[in-house]
Design a protein around this ligand. Structure first.
Ligand SMILES: [Mn+2]
Length: 281
């Protein structure tokens, strides 16, 4: 339960589904923002996503499942720096080895910090984003959100989808490595790349991976991008073929005049749970 008394989907849930002894899904609010460079405000995303979640239908209309029946617990750890994120993730992984762990950022630098805490062993990372985040340093920092991909590589190989803005340094780096496969569009070629990852999968979704036609409230919007149905197809494929153990949704920059972006992020989070319920439970 969060400090302001709100949990993901909480307004809608049966009391029996909140904070059950064994929750299948645990959602952590990670409002970390230190290095964003353009539009600020992603620290407010966990609250906006949780607020929007109370308007989501519990039953999934395409899959015919109700993921909330398996228990959703929302937690709000005290986050001061990246180390506090790592130790929170590490405690969660120890206490709830069978739960799917979801993390609501916050900027993209939370991803390597979370992976560091989960210490998942051999893992593959599926990365939805407009940017590759493969810079070695950005604005003087190696923990900048623009470096999150490079910093996540120490935990596993990465397949990226939706990337449509690259620095020369990132293109040069991609030419030298086979550990990151970077794609603009969702295609059979991407499926092959994902099949080549280990079975255990961490999914990270930077909300700017979506087309700005769907999601405009992000820190660094970029024309082009993935449509909702494509992302649903990615979830179906990844969760159906692989073993998703944790995920994050990051870089939403909520605005009061744009509930669509916040609601889309909330719907995405619940869809990840719905695909997991459908394929695995
Ligand atoms: Mn990113």
């Amino acid at each position: 339960m969060s400090a302001d008394g709100r949990g993901f989907l909480e307004d809608k849930l049966d009391v029996a589904c909140v904070g059950r002894e064994s929750n299948q899904y645990i959602v952590s609010r990670i409002p970390y923002e230190q290095t964003t460079t353009y539009i600020k405000g992603t620290a407010d995303a966990p609250r906006a996503i949780v607020d929007a979640s109370s308007h989501i239908e519990l039953f999934d209309e395409t899959l015919g499942v109700n993921a909330s029946q398996h228990g959703i617990l929302t937690v709000e750890p005290e986050i001061t720096d990246l180390d506090s994120i790592t130790s929170h993730a590490s405690q969660l992984a120890e206490r709830h080895p069978d739960a799917v762990l979801g993390f609501l950022g916050g900027e993209h630098s939370v991803t390597p910090a979370i992976l560091n805490g989960l210490s998942p062993g051999e893992v593959g990372i599926v990365w939805i984003d407009a940017h590759a985040d493969l810079r070695r340093r950005f604005h003087g920092r190696e923990d900048n959100h623009a470096c999150a991909g490079l910093n996540s590589l120490e935990f596993g190989n990465i397949v990226q989808i939706g990337v449509r803005s690259l620095a020369q340094e990132e293109v040069d780096y991609l030419d030298t490595t086979d550990r990151v496969k970077c794609f603009r569009d969702w295609s059979d070629q991407v499926k092959e790349a994902i099949r080549g990852l280990p079975d255990k999968i961490y999914l990270t979704v930077d909300m700017d991976g979506f087309s700005p036609m769907l999601v405009r409230a992000v820190g660094t919007p970029e024309p082009g991008g993935l449509m909702w149905e494509e992302v649903m197809d990615i979830l179906d494929f990844v969760i159906g073929e692989k073993d998703l153990f944790a995920f994050d949704v990051v870089e939403l920059c909520p605005r009061e005049d744009d509930v669509v972006s916040s609601y889309t992020a909330a719907r995405l989070v619940y869809k990840i749970m719905a695909y997991h319920t459908y394929h695995k439970l």
